[in-house]
Design a protein around this ligand. Structure first.
Ligand code: GLN
Length: 293
């Protein structure tokens, strides 16, 4: 059978097998996503048109995408897009691929807001190192009266975040500022969130190729012990928050205790600090509340 005679179902199965043989973590999903991208079809289209033959151009396009995946590029990078909190985010080389783990930051922040009965209040939110804008825009999508500022040292990331805000219909409630963490902001804020770089510099070379070769190093590298960003941003958050406000930060594996200590040093009392685990049970978010007056 010539390549041109292969139908969508057959091509999808063959690609899944090829990805599985190469040891990829999610061969079936990856194959489906890349088929969809190569043929401009969603899942329904792939299923209902399963018997349709691929043209030579379709096959060539699919093979080019498959080669990129086999060379270690994540599907989200190849597509330039990733879903987070049920919302569609565009990516660029300047932004991390948003991770499901990071939804834990959104959950922790929303629980805090719900606990204070302020879901419908006009809260001021700051997302320090916003990247694609994922955390900030997820929060704004849930808090209809709130306004948020995302900061980043990468102007390219800010452009992507801005585009995402507009595409999600949140452009009039989000602003983006180029600075390091909160250095250009003045408070008071009700909520500060961040997924800063937290990988110890020496560990980066040992990360999966999808991360070390495709996520921006500046978004990963947390300095010698991985905690540099927290040392910078936690005292800034303490100064920005109004009494009763909260800061929620994502942390790497094994960092929650140290980050909680940094919060205590910055004046967040230990009895108002909480650690929240991700879906794998790993402590992933530390939330500190500033004492209400
Ligand atoms: N969660 C990312 C990883 O494990 C790291 C992101 C970060 O440093 N904030 O690869």
């Amino acid at each position: 059978m010539s390549d041109a005679a292969v139908n969508i179902d057959q091509a999808r199965r063959a690609l899944t097998t090829r990805f599985a043989a190469a040891g990829l973590d999610s061969p079936e999903i990856d194959a489906r996503m890349l088929m969809g991208a190569a043929l401009q079809l969603d899942l329904t289209g792939l299923v209902t048109q399963g018997a349709r033959s691929l043209s030579a151009e379709d096959s060539a396009r699919l093979d080019a995408l498959a080669q990129r995946r086999l060379a270690g590029e994540p599907v989200a990078r190849i597509l330039g897009a990733k879903e987070f909190w049920g919302l569609a985010f565009k990516l660029s080389t300047e932004t991390l691929v948003p991770r499901p783990d990071t939804e834990t930051v959104v959950e922790a922040a929303l629980d805090h807001v719900r606990g204070t009965g302020s879901v419908n209040d006009p809260l001021r939110i700051a997302d320090l190192g916003t990247g694609s804008g994922a955390i900030l825009l997820a929060l704004l999508s849930e808090l209809p009266q709130s306004f948020g500022i995302g900061t980043d040292i990468s102007v390219g990331a800010l452009r992507t975040a801005r585009d995402n805000a507009v595409a999600l219909g949140l452009g009039d409630r989000a602003a983006f500022v180029a600075c390091s963490y909160a250095s250009a902001l003045s408070g008071p804020f009700d909520l500060v969130v961040s997924n800063p770089p937290y990988i110890p510099g020496g560990d980066i070379a040992g990360l999966a190729i999808e991360v070390r070769a495709h996520d921006p190093a500046r978004a990963l590298d947390g300095g010698a012990d991985g905690l540099d960003a927290y040392r910078a941003l936690i005292p800034q958050a303490a100064a920005l928050l109004r009494p009763g406000g909260a800061v929620a930060v994502e942390v790497g594996q094994g960092q929650a205790g140290d980050v909680e200590g940094l919060m205590t040093d910055a004046g967040f009392t230990a009895d108002l600090t909480m650690i929240r685990a991700d879906l794998a049970g790993i402590p992933r978010v530390v939330l500190g509340r500033k004492k209400p007056i």
